[in-house]
Design a protein around this ligand. Structure first.
Ligand code: S3P
Length: 438
């Protein structure tokens, strides 16, 4: 599916932020393990969370969705069962890495597969610690296809994260939770803490302390988790596309309601505000242990910024769209310490650079980032230009937003992966004034 942008658009109105992808997947996995009746409201019905739901149902979770989109977890007279068919996690790194932890902890015999992008992504980062815990995992040199066979895990495990990754941290926590193993995780740089918050919210024995600038996360065996209803807040990573759309286009004001405001995810707001963005945060509240708020965004003159160090894991999914904001900001933006972007759904540094080259946006590439020479002027194109999405949802949406500042329509190729995280993107963006043609 190729998408073509339109020119002369004004972004305005009010939209509700779609549910958080990371939280939706965690609610299913932890909820299914709890084996109780529970509803999940605000769930993101996108391909990634749905492939996690299918995988859980393959091992007997019995998760159902009603006609209003409310997700129902049920109480079963068994916990989980083996499955002969591979569990297919599609495009989802979170789905695969967290399911590997969960199912190693339960002790099942299973195999896993995924799409081409997921099959090329590094899984040793979870296979190594899970193997140290006692899991029996076979892989193709640290990649899919992967199989596990049931083995009980050791009783206590301590691990210092060598890479700032919430997926690795969560995989180990879920293995510990499912097996009754006590785990202590040392996290040198803060990454998203949705798993810790959810476990606390459900009554697990989890403590988080800070020592010498590192987080120490301790999860003791926790048998009495309980919840009847969980409400998923909106995904700030999806909101980021709409925020940048309003900032760079001629916008009298865009309101986005129900945006997740977990401090381990709000670096994108901080980065954009440092660039001069006019973003007003209103009505701050807590939903199921996660902060959320409504945002009002107005067209702003942006300036370049430097982004490196501890903020990078916080904005890891937003760097492509921040790069688009930087391309339409005055002066230079420098992004460093972001080499993790090379092993996301695509090599996102290369994908952004390729798109910039097609559009004639001046930039320099580094192994761990890039520098972008921006201009707040409209980008004058002689003719309609096509850009590769590299089959990556965030690259596709980023360049579709860039189209707002281009004098000719741009065609973004192979956009179907938008459905992995933001299935209503085309309709939603059209409702606030920006038409995309299929
Ligand atoms: C996620 C963590 C991040 C992020 C991904 C979702 C999660 O990945 O990029 O989109 O749900 O835990 P890493 O843990 O690999 O940094």
């Amino acid at each position: 599916m190729n998408l073509t942008t339109s020119v002369h658009n004004q972004i305005f109105g009010t939209v509700q932020c779609p549910g958080d992808k990371s939280i939706s997947q965690r609610a299913l996995m932890i909820g299914a393990l709890m084996n109780q009746e529970m509803t999940v409201d605000g769930f993101l019905h996108a391909e990634d969370p749905l492939s996690t739901m299918n995988a859980l149902n393959q091992i007997g979770a019995g998760i159902k969705v009603d006609e209003n989109g409310l997700v129902h977890l049920c109480k079963r007279n068994y916990i989980f069962q083996n499955c002969d068919e591979p569990l297919d996690l599609g495009n989802s790194g979170t789905g695969l890495r967290l399911m590997l932890g969960l199912t190693s902890g339960i002790g099942l015999n299973l195999s896993f597969c995924g799409d081409e992008s997921l099959s090329s992504r590094p899984m040793s980062r979870v296979i190594n610690p899970l193997t140290e815990m006692g899991a029996n995992i076979k892989s193709s040199s640290g990649k899919l296809p992967i199989s596990i066979s049931a083995r009980s895990l050791q009783k206590q495990y301590r691990y210092e994260l060598p890479v700032a990754s919430a997926q690795v941290k969560s995989s180990i926590l879920l293995a510990g939770l499912a097996s009754g193993t006590g785990v202590e995780i040392i996290e040198p740089i803060q990454t998203r803490d949705h798993t810790e918050r959810m476990l606390k919210n459900f009554g697990a024995n989890i403590e988080i302390a800070s020592e010498g600038g590192k987080n120490i996360i301790q999860l003791a065996p926790s048998n009495h988790l309980h919840a009847e209803n969980y409400k998923v807040v909106g995904d700030i990573s999806s909101a980021a596309f709409l925020i940048v759309a309003a900032l760079i286009s001629d916008s009298p004001g865009l309101e986005i309601t129900n945006v997740g405001m977990n401090p381990s995810r709000t670096g994108v707001l901080q980065a954009l505000q440092n660039m001069g963005a006019n973003i007003d945060v209103r009505n701050q509240r807590l939903e199921s242990g996660e902060p959320c708020a409504d945002l009002i965004i107005k067209k702003s003159i942006l300036k370049g910024v430097e982004l490196s160090g501890d903020i990078i894991p916080n904005i890891i999914d937003e760097i492509p769209i921040i790069s688009i904001a930087a391309a339409f900001a005055e002066g230079e933006t420098i992004i460093r310490d972001a080499e993790e972007l090379r092993v996301k759904e695509s090599d996102r540094l290369k994908a952004v650079s390729d798109g910039f080259t097609r559009l004639g946006i001046a930039h320099k590439n580094f192994e761990d980032g890039m520098s972008i020479m921006g201009s707040s002027n409209f980008l004058l194109l002689d003719q309609s230009t096509s850009i590769e999405s590299h089959e990556d949802h965030r690259i596709a949406m980023s360049f579709l937003i860039a189209g707002l500042k281009c004098s000719k329509p741009i065609i973004v190729k192979n956009c179907k992966n938008i459905f992995t995280s933001f299935p209503d993107f085309i309709e939603l963006i059209s409702s606030i004034g920006y038409k995309l043609e299929k």
